[in-house]
Design a protein around this ligand. Structure first.
Ligand code: ZN
Ligand code: ZN
Ligand code: ZN
Length: 375
């Protein structure tokens, strides 16, 4: 088990996040933010209800008032135990009462609000029906970078999650591949992530042979054979922050073509990493990786964006994709994961989490990029 428990976030950390979110909302022309259970609520006030149900829980942030958290009365003790509880004023509603009447009492009757992506449609429609003149924007559309720049404590947690994923990769190399189903190797990955301190496993991709050509293949019943390329892409949450890494291994000796394709992906990943610097637009990271793969003749087989942000979730803004002009800022953390996907044959992907620093990129995954040969 992991014994590197990080320093907890303080009530002041949460108060600062909520104050900044309210200011950012005002700057974006919003009356405030409405945040239901999900990653934004965890990040803003540290509260994660035991179960997310049809009973309304809503954090209301406005620039002119203190943060308000409305919770079902029977969940009030749980909410009061959250690490950021002291930074919000709580109120509750009881079964039989109208939660939307309670929530809209905290809102302007004609306000425009940012609403967290994970808010159920049921709740948004309930608010709209009660206050028909209110309008809404998705939080990620209105404030895509709200959680995008991580502070030093957050980067430390992401680094620890990355290190745990790296140990998982090193240990998976010695399990048997030949003759086992993808799902069995995937179960080994999940077990190892948990042994190295992950509380949640989000994905364990084992894409063997032709399955590796589908970037979103998870793991299936295919039995792994000698001569297979195998894409291993896995991650989850450790102490509330995400890991996500990919290495592509080979069962037995690879062919000359397999080595060449792997080498191109490796060169693309390295070039994109070296392009990381403050002020560089996100799309430039994608362009740099894409140029290496296109120049080598495989451009049409790089069918996936180059990367995504990571934080309290494993996939979030900013995205390293054509059209994303957001400049990199020190503290941003994101994946660089170019790949070549040859339909019906095999795929190769290499992925590290990288953080932008004042002087360039810093990898949060450090395992070897060479194609490992497994048995
Ligand atoms: Zn994807
Ligand atoms: Zn991944
Ligand atoms: Zn990824």
């Amino acid at each position: 088990m992991s014994d590197d428990t990080p320093e907890p976030f303080t009530e002041q950390d949460y108060a600062d996040r909520m104050a900044r979110a309210a200011q950012d909302a005002a700057a974006a022309g919003l009356a405030g933010l409405l945040v239901a259970p999900g990653p934004d609520l965890v990040w803003l006030c540290g509260y994660r209800p035991t179960a997310i149900t049809e009973r309304l829980t809503l954090l209301v942030l406005t620039p002119s008032a203190e943060p308000r958290l409305l919770v079902p009365a029977l969940e009030l003790p749980d909410a009061q135990a959250a690490p950021g509880a002291g930074a919000v004023r709580m109120s509750d509603w009881r079964d039989g009462q109208d939660p939307y009447a309670a929530a809209t009492g905290l809102m302007l009757p004609n306000g425009r609000y940012g609403v967290s992506d994970s808010t159920w449609a049921l709740h948004l429609l309930g608010l709209q029906e009660t206050l028909p003149l209110t309008t809404y924007r998705a939080l990620t559309t209105a404030l895509p970078m709200l959680r995008g720049v991580k502070d030093a404590h957050e980067v430390a947690r992401l680094a620890a999650a990355g290190a745990a994923a790296d140990r998982t990769y090193e240990e998976i190399l010695s399990v048997p591949f030949t003759g086992r189903r993808e799902t069995e190797v995937a179960a080994d990955l999940a077990r190892l992530l948990r042994e190295h301190g992950h509380s949640q496993v989000d994905f364990t991709v084992v894409g063997s042979g032709p399955n590796g050509a589908n970037p979103h293949h998870e793991a299936g019943e295919r039995v792994i054979r000698p001569g297979d390329m195998v894409v291993l892409d896995f991650g989850g949450l450790k102490d509330g922050y995400g890991s996500d890494t990919t290495r592509t291994v080979h069962v037995g000796e690879p062919t000359e073509e397999e080595r060449r394709v792997h080498g191109i992906v490796r060169a693309a990943q390295q070039a994109a990493f070296e392009a990381v610097a403050p002020g560089v637009p996100c799309q430039e990271i994608d362009r740099v990786a894409r140029k290496v793969i296109t120049d080598a003749g495989y451009g049409e087989y790089f069918i996936h964006r180059t990367g995504h942000g990571i934080g309290v979730t494993t996939h979030e803004p900013p995205y390293m994709v054509e059209g994303e002009t957001q400049p990199l800022v020190p503290g941003m953390c994101f994946s660089i994961e170019p790949g070549i996907y040859l339909p019906g044959r095999f795929g190769v992907r290499i992925e590290d989490i990288v953080t932008c620093t004042e002087t360039g990129g810093r990898r949060l995954n450090d395992t070897a990029h060479e194609m490992a040969v497994v048995e």
